[in-house]
Design a protein around this ligand. Sequence first.
Ligand code: AMP
Length: 437
Amino acid sequence: MQDFKSLGLTEPLVRAVAEAGYDSPTPIQAQAIPVMLQGGDVMGLAQTGTGKTAAFVLPLIDRLVAEGKQAPGRTCRALVLAPTRELAAQIGASIATYAKHSRITHAVIFGGVKPGPQIRALAKGVDILVATPGRLLDHMGEGKARLDMTRHVVLDEADQMLDLGFIPAIRKLLAAVATPRQTVMFSATMPKQIRSLANDFLKDPKTISVTPPSKPVERIDQKVLFVAQPDKPNALIDLMAPEAGKRALVFTRTKHRADRVAKKLVSYGHKANAIHGNKSQNQRERALNAFKSGEAPVLVATDIAARGIDVDGVELVVNFELPNVSESYVHRIGRTARAGASGRAIALCAPDEISLLRDIEKLMGLSATPLNDVPPVPEGDAAKPKPQRRGRRKPHRGQGGGKAGGARNAGGQPGGNKTPRRRRPKRASAQGGTGNA
Ligand code: AMP
């Protein structure tokens, strides 16, 4: 069996991964590490959960140590760009773990917090800088950061960068990086714009694909429950009843609904928090820590906030609403079944989301198992795919308080249990669903 040493990594790194509890490299690590150690460019098609962070961080540390240089003030020797602050922080934590026995410095910078400490962290220069594109451009504009000494660049979750509109910022940043350099890009999917970014900035990259683009992790047991939109809150309470205490992620389409769903779960005794873009950095960190520690094992999230949630042991992903973009579904369910574990995903699908469900199934090349019958198509044109909606929708009347309807004829719980009755506890848990998320 292949081990980390045989990939060419030096002893301090082999020791650090052993201490992290990894026995053998994952497929993306086995393929990317030797290429990166040779200084080659890599285009990695891999979802989160495949071990892609270690696949680029380990060889990066090894090369920086071997080069043995020092970063002048306000510069970095290697730059890792990430789409969200959560992912940036997560990568920073991974660097700290893997560089435990190496003399490598790093800093993490992202928006939404005061720039002062970041500027100070960069002032002396760092070996590895992890950054979100917008904040890094701000620092560069102020003359507090430079990329002319940077010889290694990693673009992580490039397709998310595209979704968030970061491609122009990334092009600006890459244009400011020194040449020759090593450029490495990871993306779960390969839309046209990502391919053209790779063509423009990568040099003879080795393409490594560990799961075909957009294929879900096959270990995930996927189910779908057909339920009218106003009945979803109660359906969620029903399906979450037997899951009490388990680590579960619930996705909603809007921030407002994330708050409402978290509140509802809390009122039924679940320890739940909401995480989304309107929460402060502190609130997001608190919610994430409570999720990780198990103090509040249910996290209700919007897509953007969920980027970078790198938590093992997520047993269940619930899609309270189906995402407008099919690829997001694959990302969402990829939060379970990480690092070799198996996982479960349940989608609540309203009649007007059936066309979204079919799109997702087409993309995945497989269907989720229905827990109940597909509702009959109403008269008129309701069966026609609706134009994709973006942004906030007016909440349905009676949602959260109305009578349960569609959920009652749910064919059963995942695992074949009968749907348990909802019992609302007399007093809500002290865990704040909205206030402290
Ligand atoms: P990533 O895809 O980088 O987000 O990593 C997913 C998870 O896999 C993280 O929690 C890592 O700690 C874990 N991991 C990474 N490499 C390995 C490995 N070789 N063996 C076991 N777990 C790993």
